[in-house]
Design a protein. Structure first.
Length: 159
């Protein structure tokens, strides 16, 4: 809560919305054997493949906004489940490329449908997925995500 207002701060509301969304997606995807984080990876891979890309783990981390180490961990789990394959990049032996397996593609298509239905429910108060209010909301979220934040420095005069 801010000192200037008695209501919740925008940061608190963003945090609450992100948590609400994560929990809802986790619950909805449980029957498919996916978590929200895993869905973020396979759905991104699905979309990137459709544009002809076979991204590295680093590229997928940059695309999703997840830490590279976390993407690596998720990718290994998804590989163990038979949903993705990890191969060395022939141009860079340090890089690992990711691709959906046939099973991974089928599960991902189902998961995308489930999440799209959930997204429609979430956005109903704004009129649904394809409305001017939702497009404006998306533009505002994009502007916030595109704004870099400086690292916080402790306010300690001894340092």
């Amino acid at each position: 809560m801010s000192k200037a207002s008695s209501g919740p701060t925008p940061g608190f509301l963003v945090w609450r919305l992100a948590n609400k969304w994560r929990v809802a997606v986790d619950r909805a995807l449980t029957p498919l054997g996916l978590t929200h984080a895993q869905y973020s990876l396979v759905a991104s891979l699905y979309g990137m493949r459709r544009t002809g890309e076979r991204p590295s783990q680093r590229q997928l981390a940059d695309h999703t906004g997840l830490e590279a180490l976390y993407v690596s961990k998720l990718a290994r789990a998804l590989e163990s489940s038979g949903l993705i394959e990890r191969t060395r990049d022939p141009r860079d032996p340090r890089a690992v490329q990711l691709a959906l397996t046939e099973q991974g593609e089928a599960i991902t298509r189902q998961a995308i449908e489930v999440v799209q239905e959930l997204l429609q429910q979430l956005l109903e108060p704004l009129g649904g997925l394809d409305t001017p209010r939702t497009r404006a909301f998306t533009d505002e979220l994009t502007a916030l995500l595109d704004t870099p934040l400086a690292p916080s420095v402790p306010n300690d005069e001894r340092t």
